[in-house]
Design a protein around this ligand. Structure first.
Ligand code: GDP
Ligand code: MG
Length: 471
């Protein structure tokens, strides 16, 4: 334990010195983390942010861009040789090609470096030349943050928790049957371990489709290059007293511990601990559309995810961070282009309420936080229609499935977020006062003028909050 702690501490401090040296004497680097659960909109957000920083015509509320102080922006080879590069060009081609479509989903962590040449402000502005600021954008699945909780749980504790949680979930039925038929006391066989892991992964996939988001271990759904390796080949089994040494239970326990030390810890040490600014994307509209139980599950999962930003809670994290902290966290409800702007304020209010519990408890160790509703890529236009004598604020777009134009009235979000969150907490099966619709709109074909990035909603305000003070 002690040796581990020292080794982690030493490598972290060497790196911290490195960061400081380059900040003071060379060129500042901002590491911006972009996270959120699967399908929350990370890939689209990063692609559109980068495109809109390269061509800043639609970024007036990013002060440095609005004031014309950004002299140039360009992509650079990223500094981390072992991290996959965020595939900006492919994603951008998907969104803005002749037949625009949403990019394929990504399954791992990736990174991109965008460098900005910025003219200084103030009196001396005209005297000194532009300085270079590097923006390293790191895309990582929010599911991985949930794994932080595993570090403080033994295999027996984690298993018990998972088994309790899934006891009443219909999607878990197959796995429950499978686990009940398997004794942890029997001799270990790789085939059993694999069958259980497959069964458990199938449950996790089913649970995600059903809208649940408390899905650990996070890497089971996004295995990347570790697919099939022993660290990803385990599953929860009911606790065993004096489990035999060569038995299944002991081997499962060993693999669970290996998952913690070989998968979870390196992610937090090598990626998470280096982030300066963070945006957490949330598909709140999608959850509202699915119903109260999905909203409640999202609220609880957000609280767990955000636990990672209160490092005092976790001994391992406090140790590797050594006092460093994320300075700003933006909570962004994505896909706001499904709503007429008259409802954006309400969506922001719901977003705030969703993360309030987690935010109140520790105010994220002094990080500045902010909530807003955004669309990284606006796929709709607004339209006010008259229906049965009433005027309805709608949005219109091209449907993904049929390619036809359609108008959507998504329903009216309540002014008071408690009207959604209370029934969600109470476990209601359906919304009482309304129904919330959502449609799969495809990205609209674009004709971008020179100097203009793709259309968005409040992406410039998001960028101003996240990095504006450093430009
Ligand atoms: N209308 C709309 N849909 C979006 C937007 N951003 C993401 N989406 C939808 O959400 C899906 C998932 O987005 P993606 O960026 O791949 O999510 P990721 O899994 O978090 O990287 C996309 O395929 C789109 O259907 C947006 O700004 N507007
Ligand atoms: Mg993605």
């Amino acid at each position: 334990m002690v040796i581990g702690a020292m080794a982690e501490g030493v490598s972290r401090s060497v790196e911290a010195v490195g960061d400081r040296v380059s900040e003071t004497f060379f060129e500042p680097v901002i590491r911006l983390g972009v996270t959120g659960l699967a399908r929350s909109g990370k890939t689209v957000f990063i692609t559109s942010l980068v495109a809109n920083l390269l061509d800043r015509g639609r970024m007036p509320q990013l002060a440095a861009a609005g004031d014309g102080r950004i002299a140039a922006a360009y992509l650079q080879p990223q500094p981390d040789d072992t991290m996959p590069r965020f595939d900006y060009e492919t994603h951008m081609a998907a969104l803005t090609g002749a037949e625009p479509h949403w990019p394929d989903s990504t399954r791992s962590v990736s990174q991109l470096r965008l460098s900005l040449k910025v003219r200084p402000t103030g009196l001396l502005g005209g005297l000194s030349g532009p300085r270079t600021v590097h923006l390293d954008i790191v895309d990582y699945p929010g599911e991985w943050l949930l794994d932080l909780g595993l570090l403080e749980k033994s295999y027996a504790e984690w298993s018990q928790e998972v088994l309790d949680r899934i006891a009443s979930r219909p999607v878990a039925e197959d796995f429950r049957t499978q686990a009940a038929q398997m004794s942890g006391r029997r001799d270990w066989e790789e085939a059993d371990a694999q069958a259980l892991a497959r069964g458990f992964t199938a449950y996790l996939e089913g649970a995600r489709k059903a809208g649940f988001s408390d899905l650990t271990p996070g890497r089971f759904l996004l295995p990347g290059e570790m697919e099939g390796s022993p660290v990803l080949t385990f599953a929860p089994l009911p606790p065993e007293r004096d489990a035999p040494r060569r038995g299944l239970w002991r081997e499962m326990e060993r693999r669970y511990e290996a998952y913690k030390s070989k998968v979870v810890k390196p992610f937090f040490r090598d990626h998470f601990a280096r982030i300066d600014r963070q945006v957490v994307l949330v598909d709140a509209l999608g959850a509202i559309h699915k119903g109260p139980q999905t909203v409640e599950d999202l609220r609880r999962t957000m609280a767990d995810i955000l636990g990672a930003f209160r490092p005092g809670r976790n001994a391992f994290l406090s140790r590797i961070l050594m006092g460093k902290r994320v300075e700003k966290i933006l909570f962004a409800a994505t896909k706001a282009d499904h709503l007429h702007h008259s409802q954006h304020g309400r969506l922001t209010g719901i977003m705030q309420a969703l993360v309030r519990d987690a935010a109140d408890r520790a105010n994220f160790a002094g990080a500045k936080t902010h909530a807003m509703a955004i669309a990284a890529l606006r796929a709709t236009v607004e339209e006010t229609m008259t229906y049965e004598g009433e005027s309805l604020d709608c949005v219109r777009g091209r449907l993904m499935e049929t390619g036809k134009l359609a108008a959507l009235y998504p329903g009216e979000l309540p002014e008071d977020p408690a009207r959604l969150l209370n029934p969600a907490r109470a476990g209601e099966a359906q919304w009482l006062d309304g129904d919330y619709q959502i449609m799969g709109f495809a990205p609209a074909p674009l004709r971008l003028k020179p100097g203009e990035g793709p259309p968005h909603i409040r992406l410039d305000q998001a960028a101003q909050f996240l990095i504006g003070d450093r430009l």
